[in-house]
Design a protein around this ligand. Sequence first.
Ligand SMILES: Nc1ncnc2c1ncn2[C@@H]1O[C@H](COP(=O)(O)OP(=O)(O)OP(=O)(O)O)[C@@H](O)[C@H]1O
Ligand SMILES: [Mg+2]
Length: 443
Amino acid sequence: MSSSGRTGSHDRTGAPQHEGEIVVGLDIGTTKVCAVVGEIADDGITILGVGSVPCRGLRKGIVSNIDWTVRSIRDAIEAAQTMAGVEIRTVYAGVAGSHIRSQTSDGVAAIAGGEVTRADVERALEGARAIPVDADRQILHVLPREYIVDIQDGIRDPIGMSGVRLGAKVNLITAATSCVQNVIRCAERCGLVVADVVLESLASAEAVLSDDEREIGAAVVDIGGGTTDILLYVDGGIAHASVVPVGGNNITNDIAAGLRTPMAEADRLKRLFGCALGRMVADDEEIEVPGVGGQKPRRTPRRVLSDIIEPRVEEIFAVVRKRIEDTGLLEQLSAGVVLTGGSVLLEGTTEIAEEILGMPVRVGFPTGVRGITQLVHGPQYATGVGLVRYGAQAIAEAHAREVVPSHSMTRMTAAGKQQAGEGTKTEETPKSSKLWEWLKAAF
Ligand SMILES: Nc1ncnc2c1ncn2[C@@H]1O[C@H](COP(=O)(O)OP(=O)(O)OP(=O)(O)O)[C@@H](O)[C@H]1O
Ligand SMILES: [Mg+2]
């Protein structure tokens, strides 16, 4: 992900670099807002704190009520801040929704000095992003798939190679500008600076996918409350991204209607007794279903619950399969599918996914971090942790260019902040050898 349309301007808060930089991921989901605070240490990312609170301000991954979303962001940030003992000012925020689209593009640049430099790569990528985009849309990410130096294609990292002409094949991820702006506006209303807005599935993949899976070819499918996000990796690069506006909330709605029970009870029953594959449920199992409008609870076979859930889960995976088939890349996903997002905790999901998708399926838990990892140990935290990893990589890239991003934060108390002074402008900073070496190896 060397180029991603980052938004933040550059200034610095002043704490010594060796203390480690703080990176905060802000996952604004349909059911919850989750802020994850990480600290970049010499040898990895340490999770310092997490704040996760319910959110009712989104519909199908898109902000639909600014005030409710702002309230949840504020609460999540406050909780994460208290736990981590840091002041949060900058975040990497996630965005999703069915307005997300991906398309391929090409760019070309002359190799100025006979040997490819970072500047040549940046010019080729600039060329690839210079395509007409609808006035109400913006480019979110420019994701290189391969480079071509003269007649040699399939190159992952062209820097240092000899030639006269550099080509770049990329995937452009675009989004509705209004949806991205609403995410930024909500964060800003909480006094936060958004360093970058990141496609949520890209963040989730950062947290759950191994390098091997990326190389061999894999799909990441994040099934949350309001959306199912699909991201395909082929030959180490991203080949497709899309968002389907269906998720766990649809299953909950089906249960509430089918069993005539309140939504909160439907969600509870789903989590405790739900199963995506009816044949995994014994015939004699029973559950107690609370009634609506003061009606008495009643006992119902658990099988009835799974009979309601199964068709919806089948439908979700049928849509996922169709989306993958339409890309023509199904055969290239040799490593299979990694499922993540809270809805994949539903019993029987892996089994039914394997049947419908016809590929090996595993559940992806966030990896690549340490510290209080038990707080983010669940597929519903993949996006939050992934945003931290993404942010750490962005900071590493800034260090590589020997410029520290403006939004860079270090672990600071209020007193420390006063001492350092607010918002000094961009300064050139030599890369910190150990940190840089680790980040280079990690990403
Ligand atoms: N144990 C469980 N069994 C079944 N479903 C579960 C379980 N735990 C959570 N869920 C479901 O997961 C969904 C929430 O997942 P997640 O936190 O990943 O969503 P989100 O990020 O808020 O939403 P989105 O990414 O779609 O905007 C809810 O529909 C919830 O009911
Ligand atoms: Mg989510």
